[in-house]
Design a protein around this ligand. Structure first.
Ligand SMILES: [Zn+2]
Length: 268
């Protein structure tokens, strides 16, 4: 299997005790690359230290909507400076994760939107894709990315919207990150949607250490679980083998990021 974890947080302290082992095990199972998504300014150095310690790891820079009350407007200026600093770095792949999270009790919609739009503008300026976190805000996110359309598109992480919204994202050049939520039998709506989504729009992700799949309930999630997640998703779709799904989703992500695509002869 040729797999890429399009969204994880391997820099989190949850992995301090065994990060190298996790990376080795993941590589052994075919996880060729991983994208580490940034959440707040004070953790950017930790993330980039992790990225630079492994050739398989790629990194982003950005301000996560969940932590809006920790961000300062000055962080946007710092973000711009860091983007200038890392602009030529081969492992910088996107701005993220950014977005809108209206499920939060303390949502502060206007403040979230301020940071989201400012970071979409930076994606334009620096010609980078974006990795977008959306909860209960697909209409608003679509509105923002229609107005400030980042030319490189991006990924809607942990997709949980409708079929129609998926089509709108598709038109705007956005892929959909599919994580372990569908592994739970109770996720009926998502499991019914997944076979209808076009294969060329999907990428795989773990969001580890969060979003533990049903087969590892209550445990730390990890990039090592990606092959199993891929198998479960292939089962839910029912039209493709896990090996084919791995190849296609990796190919989709490589196309978005401008990376070398998996060799056609590896296509199962
Ligand atoms: Zn995340």
């Amino acid at each position: 299997m040729y797999l890429i974890d399009s969204h994880c947080h391997l820099d989190f302290p949850d992995f301090d005790a065994d990060r190298d082992t996790v990376l080795q095990q993941a590589a052994r199972q075919g996880v060729e690359r991983l994208i580490l998504c940034a959440v707040e300014r004070r953790h950017w150095p930790r993330l980039w230290q992790t990225v630079e310690a492994s050739a398989a790891c790629y990194g982003t820079l950005g301000l996560h909507p969940y932590f809006t009350d920790r961000h300062q407007p000055a962080d946007l200026q710092h973000l711009r400076e860091q983007l200038i600093r890392y602009r030529q770095h081969p492992s910088l792949c996107a701005i993220g994760e950014i977005g809108l999270d209206y499920q939060l009790a303390t949502a502060q919609p206007d403040v979230q939107r301020f940071y989201f739009e400012a970071q979409l503008e930076l994606a334009q300026t620096f010609d980078l894709p974006v990795i977008v976190h959306v909860r209960k805000a697909h209409a608003q996110v679509l509105d923002c990315i229609k107005r400030i359309a980042p030319a490189r598109g991006g990924i809607i992480h942990a997709y949980n919207g409708s079929f129609e919204q998926a089509q709108e994202y598709h038109k705007l050049g956005f892929l959909l990150g599919i994580g372990g939520a569908y592994s739970w039998p109770a996720a009926r709506k998502l499991r019914a949607l997944l076979p209808r989504l076009p294969l060329q729009q999907l990428v795989l992700e773990t969001d580890s250490p969060d979003m533990a799949p049903a087969f590892a309930a209550g445990q730390r999630n990890s990039p090592e679980r990606l092959p199993q997640l891929c198998r479960v998703l292939a089962d839910v779709r029912g039209d493709i083998t896990a090996e084919q799904l791995a190849w296609h989703t990796s190919n989709n992500l490589c196309r978005l990021m401008g990376w070398d695509q998996p060799a056609p002869e590896l296509h199962p």
